[in-house]
Design a protein around this ligand. Structure first.
Ligand SMILES: [Zn+2]
Length: 147
């Protein structure tokens, strides 16, 4: 099993030293993020071929949160980072960048759900709804009470 470590962006930056994106001084994350297209992604790929353990991917998690993980990924990617210090082997590092949110298919509304409380409770009951459009009976089933 891989080691799984959660860090803040600041902790990871301190430990692994994210490199400045020299292609775009206005890059996201104070100039550290590389885009998924053009020269920037080509540069990331050039690092990937020699030191894959220095490449990180910023993307959407299944829970609607934004995360950076070590390693190259294609799925739900938003951007890449390159660190000066390589990541240890057999280790997954996850950096929470933006809190998870919950999207209600029923009323087309997105709401903050930082601890996945709403998601977990509604999925447990197989309800494709949110607290705004659930009935009182359904809210009781979720055990959330009135939020
Ligand atoms: Zn709803």
């Amino acid at each position: 099993m891989d080691n799984f470590i959660e860090m803040t962006f600041e902790e990871a930056d301190e430990k692994f030293r994210f490199m400045v994106n020299n292609y775009d001084e206005y890059a996201s994350f104070n100039g550290l993020m590389f885009e998924t297209y053009g020269d920037e992604v080509e540069y990331v790929k050039s690092i990937l071929s020699s030191s894959p353990d220095r490449v990180w991917t910023f993307g959407d998690g299944d829970d609607g949160g934004g995360y950076i993980w070590n390693g190259w990924s294609f799925i739900n990617r938003i951007g890449y980072f390159i660190s000066e210090v390589p990541c240890p082997a057999d280790t997954t590092i996850q950096i929470l960048v933006s809190d998870p949110c919950y999207f209600c298919e029923n009323c087309d509304t997105e709401m903050d759900d930082p601890n996945n409380t709403i998601r977990d409770a509604f999925q447990d009951q197989d309800l494709d709804k949110c607290p705004n459009c659930a009935t009182i009976e359904e809210m009781e089933l979720t055990g959330l009470g009135t939020l």
